[in-house]
Design a protein around this ligand. Structure first.
Ligand SMILES: Nc1ncnc2c1ncn2[C@@H]1O[C@H](COP(=O)(O)OP(=O)(O)O)[C@@H](O)[C@H]1O
Ligand SMILES: [Mg+2]
Length: 336
């Protein structure tokens, strides 16, 4: 059964199409992930589903209610951990929860019960009476999670739940997510971290430039690469030069080339013959091959396959190789 149904959902900001005609379903009880780089449209999508932003067109139903006409009803069934942490520094952890509970019109007695239980769940009972202003980002995020669960939502939205957290808190937050999902809460989360999506999600929608380019269970997404007969090679080449890279790119059996640093290349090949041709090019141009390995496809490769660029490119750096070939190999969307 679908607990969320999204049809042709679109949001424009002036001329910018932030979310571009996306459609998908989320099944009751699953952890569904939207994976994509900065600016892909993840937060905009979450905001529309949480009734915080009106769609420009298209529809979405959450827990059986339409997000525009049934906004108040939708809100009764959802919790949101937003990208930005909203807590009052001058209130304690417990007071923050009580305050937000009252905002949600939850009866006092129930707030007290749930606050106690939730502070325990997020392992913050020791700091219940400390001011939120004294908390680390990780502690604040735990309280934020507790806050989102105060109304005992059927569906919990988490927008980049581990962004900026230390590894230990990241692990704890991921464990909470799994734990509350086991208790029956449907989870929608966004992330730009492919391992996070892979680790947590039952199904993943890969989103880029406002469009969902692929949607499936993680294993099926990864299988797409090998189904296409593609192999991924990773080579470490001291003495790698732009000439070597461009000659490799010109090979017929090479689908795409990604230079990760001054000596490391990740090459997508379409048949094994390419290996010998690549080795020839490197030797001919005075490069050495320090190592060569075939890689098992991960979600990063799936993303590259469908979009022609890497997830990290937009977030952290410019693409090392500006080459039209990167774009040309963006594959057709594949949605299940
Ligand atoms: N309120 C806004 N006004 C104008 N542009 C916006 C607004 N919110 C988001 N955008 C733009 O929409 C695009 C998608 O943003 P967003 O949904 O925040 O992406 P993500 O969460 O995947 O990083 C970006 O190009 C962003 O700059
Ligand atoms: Mg965002």
């Amino acid at each position: 059964m679908s607990i969320i149904e999204v049809n042709d959902l679109t949001r424009k900001f002036n001329n910018l199409v932030a979310v571009d005609n996306i459609s998908f379903r989320v099944k009751k009880g699953e952890i569904f992930g939207l994976l994509g780089p900065n600016g892909a449209g993840k937060t905009t999508t979450i905001k529309m589903l949480c009734t915080l932003l009106r769609p420009t067109w298209g529809q979405a139903k959450v827990a059986g209610f339409e997000v525009v006409r049934g906004a108040a009803k939708v809100r009764e069934h959802i919790g949101l951990v937003a990208e930005k942490i909203i807590l009052y520094d001058r209130l304690t952890a417990r007071e923050n929860l009580k305050f937000f509970g009252r905002l949600n019109h939850i009866p006092k007695k129930i707030i007290l019960e749930r606050t106690k239980k939730l502070l325990k769940l997020v392992k913050m009972e020791k700091w219940a009476n400390n001011l939120a202003g004294t908390f680390s980002t990780g502690m604040k995020q735990r309280i934020n999670l507790a806050r989102a669960l105060l109304n005992m939502p059927e569906i919990l939205f988490l927008d980049e739940p581990t962004l900026g957290l230390d590894p230990q808190t990241t692990r704890a937050i991921r464990d909470f997510i799994k734990e509350i999902n086991r208790e029956g809460i449907t989870i929608i989360l966004t992330t730009h971290i492919m391992q996070e999506a892979d680790l947590l999600c039952d199904r993943i929608g890969i989103i880029d430039e406002g469009k969902i380019v692929a949607l499936d269970i993680p294993q099926n997404l990864k299988n797409i690469i090998s189904e296409q007969g593609k192999t991924i090679l990773e080579l470490n080449i001291p003495g790698l030069s732009p000439k070597i890279v461009s000659e490799i790119e010109e090979l017929e059996a090479v689908a795409s080339v990604n230079q990760r640093n001054e000596y490391n290349l990740k090459i997508y090949i379409e048949n094994e013959n390419a290996i010998y041709q690549i080795m020839n090019i490197i030797q001919k141009n005075g490069g050495k091959i320090k190592s060569i390995a075939t890689l098992t496809p991960n979600l990063e490769d799936v993303f590259l396959h469908f979009t022609g660029h890497e997830i990290r490119d937009k977030a952290e750096k410019k693409m090392p190789l500006e080459h039209p070939r990167h774009r040309r190999f963006g594959a057709k969307p594949r949605i299940r």
